[in-house]
Design a protein around this ligand. Structure first.
Ligand SMILES: [Zn+2]
Length: 322
């Protein structure tokens, strides 16, 4: 029996085909129509439905590139299940290179949203009803926030066996256990509505980072292969370091930070990570690791105020004691 077509955003997508669909959001102040561009790849045979989303924070563009490279590699005629790709969720922020929406709200604190809520809440609601509720599983792609970079990593609930399995298959160098307790995130809202979510964090905002993109493309393809949606013949996942806790090392003094470590480095408790100096190079403070671990994120902008987050250290399972 032929597979049923997919109905999305007022369009009908036949089995074994793909369609570009525009889901209307609102009008801009100028009157121009604003819509979420979505590509639905509806496989020939039955299988799971997956979404891949990026730029929920409008300045986080590595994911946009990942989504598009994956899309270019998928052929609905040989695929099972359905992939719904949403390269830009926060359209407003994407246009202006801004993390937030014009109402200054964080879209990733506005889920599940509501039909008559704020602009962010309405966009969140639309994404839930048009995308998440059609899917069994999703991959949401992020980067670090402004002036920071992240080692490619999965952040998910590793106590959920199915999620853990897919996090290992994705094969980012680090998987960090996190339950998404924060109210309003897509991950929390989607999990509550019954869909599993892998959150991929890699690289920095406003840039394309080669490793972040290539590891993201390979990771998404491995997950699609594992779910028997689309075959992938690239490399199997490399070793994945599991971490269950992390901490930011903060600036003890204001000044100019000179970090001597970078994302991916392994460090030991009390080890020097660099210095904070004054404008003439005189040392004000030595930055030290508070625990053993692997650096999963760091500040890139050297001008720091006391208390600023400098280096993010996650502790691999088995090396918790210092
Ligand atoms: Zn983000």
């Amino acid at each position: 029996m032929a597979r049923s077509p997919l109905e999305i955003g007022g369009s009908t997508v036949k089995a074994g085909s793909r369609a570009h669909v525009e889901i209307p959001v609102s009008r801009l102040i100028t009157g121009a129509e604003m819509s979420i561009p979505v590509v639905a790849v509806h496989g020939k045979t039955d299988g799971p439905s997956i979404w891949i989303s990026a730029a929920i924070h409008g300045d986080e563009i590595n994911g946009v590139e990942i989504v598009n490279q994956v899309l270019a590699q998928l052929d609905p005629k040989t695929m099972s299940g359905t992939v719904i790709a949403v390269p830009v969720v926060n359209l407003y922020g994407f246009i202006t290179g801004d993390r937030y929406l014009p109402d200054r709200r964080d879209l990733n604190r506005s889920f599940p949203g509501s039909k008559k809520g704020s602009l962010a809440g309405r966009l969140a609601h639309l994404f839930m009803s048009e995308i998440v509720e059609r899917c069994d599983f999703g991959m949401d792609l992020h980067t670090a926030s402004d002036h920071r970079t992240n080692l490619p990593q999965i952040r998910s609930d590793l106590d959920a066996p199915r999620i853990r399995e897919l996090a290992e298959v994705f094969g980012a160098p680090v998987m960090l256990h996190s339950k998404s307790k924060t109210t309003g995130t897509l991950r929390r809202a989607a999990t509550r509505s019954g869909a599993g979510v892998l959150l991929y964090e890699a690289g920095e905002p406003w840039r394309f980072n080669g490793d972040a993109i290539s590891m993201g493309v390979a990771g998404v393809r491995r997950v699609l292969d594992h779910l028997e949606i689309a075959t992938y013949e690239g490399d199997p996942p490399g070793p994945v370091v599991e971490c269950r806790s992390s901490t930011w090392i903060r600036a003890a003094k204001s000044g100019i930070a000179h970090l001597t470590v970078q994302a991916g480095d392994t460090v030991e408790a009390k080890q020097s990570l660099g210095t904070i100096d004054d404008a003439f190079g005189k040392r004000r403070s030595t930055i030290r690791a508070s625990r053993n671990g692997i650096i999963i994120g760091q500040l890139l902008y050297p001008m720091v105020n006391q208390g600023d987050a400098l280096v993010h250290i996650a502790t691999p399972v088995g090396s918790e004691t210092t």
